[in-house]
Ligand binder design. Structure first.
Ligand code: MG
Ligand code: ZN
Length: 235
């Protein structure tokens, strides 16, 4: 009984500490006008592949840095560093999500004032990254059609708090059991405000709408137009 009470308190302290650190980050990001995008999704959903397809096209317009969250390796960071962007690796040593103090450490390595866009690729996980505010302006959740169409029902929180939901690997749709229309309906009721974008990071279909969404929010942030930016909200 006593153990259970201690555990609850620890979890609450951890969340409170994260909330404070996230608020500090949010005001730091507001001051430098950098648009911060937190990308979440399962291992293998295609987060890194989506970035590989997007970065060369975004880098033509913006100065970009990526914070790459991974358990132990720098494999994804090495893939992304080939795209003309600064990459800071955070290894969580087994930790299953990024938290705001980790991002605070990583941004000290970056020239925030000179950046237009900061992209955080979270640790692959559909559960607890949803509960950790990183001071971001917007959240993108990547779900691939190969993961199965039951995932929004099974992991509703992460989808409910997304600003954009990418349905990736559309090129594989004919080969898998994934009812696109029913997933779109479920997402529409879980999170009516989110933009749902079916695309294929591999063949590029649907990618333009995703890039337009990122550019639009980056421009708004640069202008300091926070009220016009629905994605900017305190969690
Ligand atoms: Mg990755
Ligand atoms: Zn976790």
């Amino acid at each position: 009984m006593r153990n259970a009470v201690v555990k609850v308190k620890l979890a609450r302290d951890l969340r409170a500490k994260n909330k404070m650190a996230a608020a500090e980050l949010r005001s730091l990001f507001a001051g430098s006008g950098v648009f911060v995008l937190n990308i979440l999704g399962s291992p293998g959903a295609g987060k890194t592949t989506l970035l590989e397809a997007s970065l060369p096209r975004l880098a033509a317009h913006y100065r970009i840095a990526v914070i790459e969250g991974d358990l132990y390796t720098a494999r994804d960071a090495e893939r992304l560093a080939q795209n003309g962007v600064d990459v800071v690796q955070i290894n969580t040593e087994g930790g299953c999500h990024l938290d705001a103090p980790m991002i605070g450490g990583a941004v000290r390595e970056l020239p925030l004032e000179q950046l237009d866009l900061l992209i955080i690729e979270n640790v692959g996980n559909l559960v607890c990254p949803a509960g950790f505010d990183l001071g971001e302006d917007a959240r993108a959740v990547v779900l691939s059609v190969t993961e199965g169409d039951d995932k929004p029902d099974k992991y509703p929180q992460i989808f409910a708090e997304a600003d954009v939901i990418v349905l990736n690997k559309l090129d594989l749709l004919p080969y898998v059991r994934f009812d696109l229309r029913s997933v779109q309906n479920v997402l529409g009721s879980l999170n009516p405000a989110a933009l749902v974008l079916p695309l294929s990071a591999v063949n590029g279909s649907g990618l333009d709408r995703w890039l337009d969404w990122v550019k639009q929010l980056a421009e708004k942030k640069k202008r300091g137009d926070h009220h016009g930016c629905e994605a900017v909200r305190a969690r």
